[in-house]
Design a protein around this ligand. Structure first.
Ligand code: BGC
Length: 753
């Protein structure tokens, strides 16, 4: 009885408490509703972005709208302070969140808390052929950007690799439009899920750095639509990119940052882009064109305080006072201004005013591990004679030779250079991996500075003495690891200039040739963002292609060399034997670098047309040094029962290509299956085959699996210049299924009716 009473008492007390809680909840709801009711629509997160945009717009003056359209500092543009609408903060991009700059110029602000997690360069990401990894890349970047209060990351770069000389190839995703598209989309999604906009760059045809601000690109509509635009289109339509950056160069005689055809007709009208077009820094040249031809935010124009010390320098931008006055005079329609303001407000609601965005995180162990994994997955094993790799040794002498073993790479390269929490060099990686059980001797071998040119001066640092020292070290060693390649100095892999030669610079060819004479156990590890000539390859038993690998690069490379990670990267570019084997160099100077019409106009004719990279090599039957899509592994795979579920289809079918794959070796690994498509007797010139789908398949040793890759027949289309539209011709096609563009395992005939 006492127990029942106690129970009743508890229930009663609970009931009274519940009542109180209910009353409090109700009050909160009413208060919340009241606050909401009083809140202007644009501040109300329960309203749709479009409603908020319209409401904010209706409250703004013409001057406030104009102010949205240009920079207010080197990396930010204005919001509407009166209405509590915040500024937009941008940062390069594309491999990490850049350090802070001074307000008006390119001098670093020297903060001490802005060292990021530097991720591998995008060409290295592309070499992973792994879209899931690309999503992870974007996510890391987004979390770091969010933490650093950045609203826009200036990346990814998706310009096509047209020539191995282009100084910015390391910032892009290779020579194939499908690969670049498939890798760009998840990057953008991973990034934007953090409330941080991607800024896909550089739209479009920025395929060289030589005279990048004055070249006018002349190419066929087919080449434009089939090769140079697809990655941008996928970024916009599939990735949902919130911003895009115009490029410096001209197309159809008009600067791309205010190019009516590219921005208004293609991007905004045909692709339905609802985001913001940002200019490249100082890429704007004219008020009327910038206003009318689709640019939304002008950045970096040289009237920013330091260059000309005037008051309100940013008002002097092309989209500043001159734009405002032209609007007031009625020379530019207010509709044009409202369209820009709408897009910019939309961007602000998607990013800085997005209440649901995560908080982000910065320089975390998870980010660092992700950076290492991405680096490991993109490293490409090009050659491995007599299984010299993986290198599992104890009690041996290892010679580490070459400037790239110790050279810092994260900082350089131009706008993509970063301040990283640290940079683990290849030498440090080798020391970490082998240092305990082996002796490691390091010497430079060559130097990229002035010493490289001075082969006769009897200085301790001239090219000869460096080489002699390297040969002495190599002679005593059991194995030589040569770390060479390019670096991120001007005229190497760096913005604003192109490489001057296809060969390895700084006398490396000679050093490699000499080293292999004194030690046959030599492994060459190239660190670069570009293909190089390899006349020495035949004599070298093992070659590894690493890229600029970010914060954990050295450990990633050592993990691959040691076999702790089995290499599974594939080349996102072809390595031609010589430069003239590639379309962009098979003609005269009008094709690369330019045809100088007069001192102001420099035309570049893309005469190779759609035949970029492997498309050219295959059609001309030129054997490359290493083909597109190529990369070896420490294990072996058996691929059987390659089949297509349909041998005939219509123009909007999906063909499922299936196969069984088994890891027949002793270690786990991954193989990238690639599906190319070629047409029999096309009505227009076509590449022998083009990549249409791929899948990276990771497998434990001894394990097998069945895989299906869907290939939509729509992707067989070419861009028909007559109708200005995509067209799938009826007739006979071939699917080529293989492990590289040159290693085709099965050719399947498909008929499209
Ligand atoms: C580059 C862009 C970069 C911008 C801001 C320009 O020089 O071309 O890629 O995002 O500078 O640093």
């Amino acid at each position: 009885m006492i127990q029942v009473n106690i129970l009743l008492l508890i229930i009663n007390t609970l009931f009274i408490k519940m009542k109180k809680i209910l009353v409090v909840c109700l009050c909160c709801l009413i208060a919340g509703w009241k606050i909401n009711a009083q809140q202007p629509v644009y501040l109300n997160p329960s309203k749709s972005i479009e409603e908020r945009v319209e409401d904010a717009l209706s409250r703004m003056t013409m001057k406030e709208k104009v102010d949205l359209c240009h920079a207010q500092s080197k990396f930010s543009s204005k919001g509407v302070a009166r209405l509590g609408i915040p500024e937009i903060w941008m940062a390069d991009g594309p491999f990490g969140v850049k350090f802070e700059f001074s307000w008006d110029d390119w001098t670093p602000a020297y903060w001490t808390n802005d060292s990021c997690t530097a991720l591998p360069s995008l060409i290295g990401l592309a070499a992973s052929f792994d879209p899931d990894l690309s999503y992870k890349y974007g996510k890391v970047l987004g979390e770091e950007a969010r933490y650093r209060k950045k609203d826009v990351i200036l990346g990814p770069g998706v310009n096509i690799y047209r020539t191995p000389l282009c100084g910015r190839n390391f910032e892009y995703m290779g020579e194939d439009p499908l690969l670049a598209s498939r890798m760009a989309v998840p990057y953008i999604k991973g990034l934007q899920e953090n409330g941080v906009a991607a800024c896909v760059k550089h739209f479009a045809l920025n395929n060289q750095e030589t005279r990048r601000s004055s070249v006018n690109i002349i190419l066929s509509d087919r080449a434009l639509h089939e090769i140079y635009l697809p990655a941008f289109k996928a970024a916009v339509q599939e990735g949902g990119a919130w911003t895009i950056m115009g490029s410096y160069n001209k197309y159809k005689g008009q600067y791309c940052c205010h190019n009516d055809y590219l921005l208004n007709q293609i991007l905004k009208k045909s692709w339905g882009f609802d985001g913001v077009v940002v200019s490249d820094w100082s890429g704007v040249h004219d008020t009327m064109e910038a206003a009318n031809n689709g640019l939304d935010i002008e950045m970096g124009t040289h009237t920013d305080g330091l260059f000309e010390s005037v008051k309100n320098a940013y008002d002097q931008y092309y989209l500043g006072d001159r734009f405002y006055q032209a609007l007031q005079r009625g020379e530019i329609s207010e509709k044009v201004l409202n369209d820009k303001a709408r897009r910019i407000l939309r961007l602000i609601f998607r990013t800085s005013m997005n209440q649901n965005k995560p908080w982000g995180s910065f320089g975390t162990p998870e980010h660092i591990i992700a950076a290492r994994e991405i680096a490991e997955q993109g490293i490409v094993l090009l050659k491995n004679e007599k299984n010299i790799l993986p290198l599992r040794i104890t009690g041996k002498k290892i010679a580490v030779i070459g400037e790239n073993a110790t050279r810092t790479m994260i900082e350089g390269g131009g706008s993509s250079g970063l301040k990283s929490k640290y940079e683990l060099s290849p030498l440090k990686g080798i020391q970490n991996k082998y240092g305990k059980d082996n002796t490691i001797i390091h010497t430079m071998g060559y130097a990229s500075g002035p010493a490289a040119k001075r082969s006769v001066l009897p200085s301790p640092y001239n090219a000869d003495s460096l080489l002699n020292e390297a040969l002495n070290v190599a002679k005593q060693a059991d194995v030589v690891l040569f770390f060479g390649g390019l670096n991120k100095s001007f005229l190497q892999d760096r913005e604003a200039g192109d490489r001057q030669e296809y060969e390895l610079p700084f006398g490396q060819e000679k050093i490699i040739a000499e080293l292999q004479k004194v030690n046959k156990n030599i492994i060459v590890i190239l660190v670069s963002g570009n293909a190089v000539a390899m006349p020495w390859a035949e004599k070298i038993p093992a070659i590894v292609q690493a890229w600029y690998e970010g914060i954990e690069g050295g450990n990633a490379i050592a993990n691959v060399l040691s076999g702790d990670v089995n290499p599974s990267g594939k080349l996102p570019i072809s390595f031609p034997v010589k430069l003239t084997d590639i379309g962009a160099h098979a003609f005269d100077k009008t094709v690369f670098p330019y045809d100088s019409v007069n001192k102001k106009t420099f035309n570049v004719y893309y005469k190779e047309d759609i035949f970029v990279g492997y498309r050219w090599l295959e059609n001309k039957k030129i054997k490359p040094q290493y083909p597109f899509g190529f990369g070896l592994s420490y294990t072996t795979f058996e691929i059987n029962n390659i089949n297509a579920n349909k041998k005939t289809g219509t123009t909007d079918d999906v063909i499922n290509v299936s196969f069984d794959i088994k890891n027949t070796g002793k270690v786990k690994g991954a193989e990238v299956l690639q599906v190319y498509v070629g047409q029999d007797k096309p009505s227009v010139p076509k590449a022998l085959k083009e990549l249409k789908a791929f899948r990276k398949v990771p497998l434990e040793a001894g394990v097998s699996t069945s895989v299906t890759i869907p290939v939509p027949t729509k992707s067989f289309a070419f861009y028909d210049e007559q109708t200005q539209n995509w067209k799938v011709e009826k007739g006979k096609y071939f699917l080529y299924v293989g492990t590289s563009s040159a290693d085709i395992l099965q050719k399947i005939e498909i008929n499209i009716n």
